[in-house]
Write a protein that binds this ligand. Structure first.
Ligand SMILES: C[S@@+](CC[C@H](N)C(=O)[O-])C[C@H]1O[C@@H](n2cnc3c(N)ncnc32)[C@H](O)[C@@H]1O
Length: 199
């Protein structure tokens, strides 16, 4: 049920799927921020259509892309083939089952919308959007798992809708140094990509 082929601002070819998050401004910001070299091991958590992983693979990184949504897993595999890059794609809940120390860098564009219990979107897209009542529920769980899993570097997308506290503070509380590397102001929120290093 994939759509006609599209092209990202970075020239990545991709299809979409009605049950998978459509690449958007947050996706482009994350793709722009990724800075990995040839042979580095890169993990994209919550890959959706897989564009960040594809971008890393275009730079020569060895990529694993994961998502809890099985439609995203299928779509990311298809999009990797469209771009003639090899990435491994698997279904996973955040970092569950990911071997400690296996990756040089991780990227995650989490669901970050503050969401009341009666606001949920039906179907698979809810997991792409709902960040719990603070907007930070999935981000905070990811950072806890990243700290416990020995992740040294991560790029994470945050939204002003899920602040305060900022992601810099939330990351600091878990032992990461974080700095904003890019941001984009939209009509109702400001999106920022943070570069996190384990301290
Ligand atoms: C905002 S979308 C971003 C998708 C894609 N990375 C992008 O930038 O276009 C968030 C993604 O995270 C996935 N996700 C949400 N919770 C997750 C979890 N606990 N484990 C794995 N993936 C999750 C969703 O299914 C969705 O694909």
């Amino acid at each position: 049920m994939a759509t006609a082929e599209l092209r990202s601002p970075h020239g990545i070819r991709y299809e979409t799927h009605p049950d998978v998050y459509d690449p958007h401004d947050d996706t482009w910001l994350l793709v722009d921020a990724i800075d990995v070299g040839k042979g580095e091991r890169f993990l994209e958590v919550g890959c959706g259509a897989g564009l960040a992983g594809i971008q890393a693979a275009r730079s020569g990184a060895r990529v694993l892309a994961t998502d809890r949504n099985p439609h995203a897993v299928g779509l990311a595999r298809r999009n990797a083939r469209l771009n003639e890059v090899r990435i491994e794609v698997a279904r996973a809940d955040l970092l569950a089952g990911i071997r400690r120390g296996r990756f040089d860098a991780v990227a995650f564009n989490p669901p970050y919308l503050p969401t009341a219990p009666d606001e949920h979107v039906p179907g698979r897209l809810d997991a792409a959007l709902s960040g719990g009542h603070t907007g930070r529920a999935v981000t905070e769980r990811f950072l806890d798992e990243a700290r416990d899993g020995g992740i040294r570097r991560a790029w994470v997308v945050g939204s002003s809708l899920a602040e305060p506290p900022t992601l810099v503070q939330v990351a600091k509380d878990r032992g990461f140094r974080a700095r904003a590397v890019s941001s984009k102001r939209l009509s109702f929120e400001t999106l920022t990509v943070y570069d996190l290093f384990a301290r």
